[in-house]
Ligand binder design. Sequence first.
Ligand SMILES: *[C@@H]1O[C@H](CO)[C@@H](O)[C@H](O)[C@H]1NC(C)=O
Ligand SMILES: *[C@@H]1O[C@H](CO)[C@@H](O)[C@H](O)[C@H]1NC(C)=O
Length: 391
Amino acid sequence: MPIRPSLRHSPQLIGLSALVYLALSFRGAQKSNSQQYVPPLGSKSDDRIERSTRIIAVGDLHGDIGNAQKVLEMARVVDSDGNWSGEVDVFVQTGDIIDRGDDTIVLFDWMEDLRSQAQGAGGRVLSHLGNHEWMNTIGDWRYVHASEIKTFGGVAARQDMLSTGRIGRAWAANYTTTSRLPLHPSLGDPNDDFPPSADSAAVRLPAPLSHAAYSFVHGGLASSYPGLSPFPSAINDLGRSLLHKLQHRVQPPPHPPHAYPHLPPSTTREEHALLEADGPLWYRGWALDDEAKVCRAVDPVLEKTGTRRMIMGHTPNFEKIVSRCNGKIIIIDTGISHAYGGALSALSVEYTLKLVSSSEKRWREREVVKALYVDHSVTLVDEERDVFGDM
Ligand SMILES: *[C@@H]1O[C@H](CO)[C@@H](O)[C@H](O)[C@H]1NC(C)=O
Ligand SMILES: *[C@@H]1O[C@H](CO)[C@@H](O)[C@H](O)[C@H]1NC(C)=O
């Protein structure tokens, strides 16, 4: 339900209304010249009074570069050459790039190209490890095609590449298990912890603005998972240490045909919990449990993680992106890979924050969240609310 703020007590808006009136009157007077350009409201981008952020998030890609390119081009993350377009501020991928297809190497190399190009253009790429990336580092290769192993030049070369080689190093350096993305720079950088540290500017921001952030993860952040706070570092620190142990052990012969290679003996209980059924890589409760149950359970998790919505992949719906509890839970795995033949989709978020009254430090924020498909889009959330603070 959109929250419509009261328009009273707002000199700026009265001023704007007058402008709208003038613009409309002007338009009326120019009827004979329908080409006359009238700038749309809010199109004048003065950085001091208006901020906007455009985010695109994409779910499981499973070894299909062709469909991945179609999706990123459709969402205007990349141009027709597959290069960073500069039209998006943040591109997020929620894991499971590997398995079920042959394009592992080109996909991970492309992600690193986009990351550098984004950085050069003031943008950002946030990448996540899915349960399938973890399975591969463990040596569980049940979903690896023989034809894909050939693209590496054999089992040993693939093990090298995913552990201490180019792809493994990219995972260690540039992928996390989860992330927290503030919608506005005053709220901190991507993956700054919530609750914020005492010396951070974000610590002074009252709710709801302090929660103007989204979480991204492959499976889900279960309310029963014990390591949610501080978010996201509690999870990501465990992910980093476990990945290091897996990548730097003597690589076990892959399963199958060999026996399942368990986690290393040095794995801690907390690291183990990452990969359990209610851990962030495998959890499916937000996708599968009944509506009343998930909508009761979601608020405490959002509160604890300092977020407004949780975005995840992992549990596919082949027709559409699924939004639950008024968009507090959004599941973006639509089986994009030809391995599934599901819908080509991307999640789009447009966030704007406009100064309404500087004396009251009152701002109006608007969040428009859409599911994008090849030939149509669906608005999942369109909310406005007034927020107060120094930005
Ligand atoms: C795309 O990127 C590649 C590699 O960075 C570059 O060689 C190429 O010129 C780029 N294409 C465009 C259209 O910018
Ligand atoms: C991680 O990303 C940065 C760009 O942000 C890039 O320069 C670096 O090479 C990447 N690291 C690896 C190991 O791929």
